[in-house]
Design a protein. Sequence first.
Length: 329
Amino acid sequence: MKQVTIIALPEALASSMTIALEMIHAAHVIHRVRNRNQTALNLVIASDNGEPLTLTGGLQISPHTRLSATAPADLIFIPALWGNPAAAVRRHPDISLWLAQQYAQGATLCSAGTGSYFLAEAGLLDTHLATTHWRYFHDFQQRYPQVKLDRKRFITHENRLYCTGSVNAVRDVMLHFAEQLFDASIADEVARHFTHELKRSYESMQLAAEQVDSHHDEAIIKVQEWLQINYSKAITVRELSQRFNINLRSFNRRFLAASGITPVHYLQEIRIRQARELLKRSNLSIAEIAFSVGYQDISYFSGLFRKLNGVTPNQYRGLVRKKLFNVEP
């Protein structure tokens, strides 16, 4: 059985705790419904002393236990803090020590916002990528110069250490963990309950494989979110820049700086990724798939697919179908 521990602190933002708590709980409930009430994880709220406390905003909670009494965790979540995070770290020195012990025993650690101060104080983020709330970038960098602070991304992860730069980014991380703890279908179901999107966001899907393509340019984030939903529409980069009221030259420059690729390449990756899922899961023809992801020219679609994946759409379908339906003895 998996152990998931959420740390409670008097200085914590309640929303950063409850989003994590509710989404992982929902994933577990869906799992139990699908598996005849089978319990798969133990979800625990713990504080340094185990006593009731009041979060920022006045919400009162009663932790299940104190940190020192918890079982070794598979996943630990550190909430965002309101006010001076360095002062909170000083008031709770045992938390950083406990996190270091848990990490040494194999736990995955995830912080929201300024909760990353506890990870940095424990020395766990030294030489690793990390982020924190934008307001504390300078202070964080001064206090922890050995940490590779990434000011462009809302989510970083390296060697079982996850950091988010905002409460909103917690949602994407929780969807990723829902998939890790259970499976992709459960993560998708959780997404339908907790987000307005029809599909899981780009951030949550990318976390499973590579460093998440996230950043702090809010205008470009809105563009990316729009493209995630409207990728099948015919639209030019110029029309896209006009839609979001950004000068074309500035739009191209900002998009490249934020995401590392051009808007055209970004849209191509979205479309081809969706095409791969359709090739894997559906019986649509290649022409139907090309059309559904936004390409009228089948030859162009097939050539682009081969360029990005090394095989043709038909070859890809054959390969993944063998993997999906091959039953080992």
